[in-house]
Design a protein around this ligand. Structure first.
Ligand SMILES: [Mg+2]
Length: 166
């Protein structure tokens, strides 16, 4: 339930072909360390291009963050995306709210995020696939650094099973 199913180097490695192959029509996007560095409002050109490609391909997207509305709203507005803040991941309430915003079925969507104890677990509890991305920036927050250490055995298991970073 914590071992990742899919790991990507970053969001831009998630291709329309991959999504089509897995019948995924909608993405729930984490913010911190997935679309940008923790707490940052900046979006790299690469990520902007990727979002554009996804939109053009008809992939529906909504942001689901555990962070506050104050942090998430301006970010989401700049990207022209709807959002759920205080998502309480891993509890599935935020994913459920996001699903209603998107108007899709569970089997048509996937969670995209960098943390196993929030994003990965939320997807498992809500029965949607999770596309795990490597954290975008080096973590400085002690709590997150601690969780990264706890995550390591699950990443090890992923590699032992023959998993590869896409
Ligand atoms: Mg994150």
């Amino acid at each position: 339930m914590l071992t990742p199913e899919y790991v990507f180097k970053d969001v831009t490695r998630i291709t329309p072909e991959f999504l089509k192959e897995h019948h995924i029509k909608a993405l729930l996007l984490d913010v911190d360390n997935t679309l940008t560095a923790h707490g940052s409002q900046e979006v790299s050109q690469a990520v902007q291009n990727w979002l554009q490609t996804m939109k053009q391909t008809g992939i529906r997207m909504v942001i689901v963050s555990n962070n506050t509305k104050k942090r998430v709203q301006p970010f989401a507005q700049r990207l022209g995306l709807q959002f759920v803040s205080m998502g309480c991941k891993p509890w599935p309430g935020g994913l459920s709210r996001a699903r209603r915003l998107l108007g899709v079925c569970r089997h048509e969507m996937a969670m995209v995020g960098d943390q196993l104890f929030t994003d990965r677990l939320a997807g498992w509890l809500y029965s949607v696939p999770v596309l795990v991305v490597e954290p975008m920036a080096k973590d400085v927050d002690r709590g997150i650094l601690f969780r990264r250490r706890l995550e390591k055995p699950f990443f090890d298991k992923f590699y032992q099973r023959g998993g590869k970073i896409r």
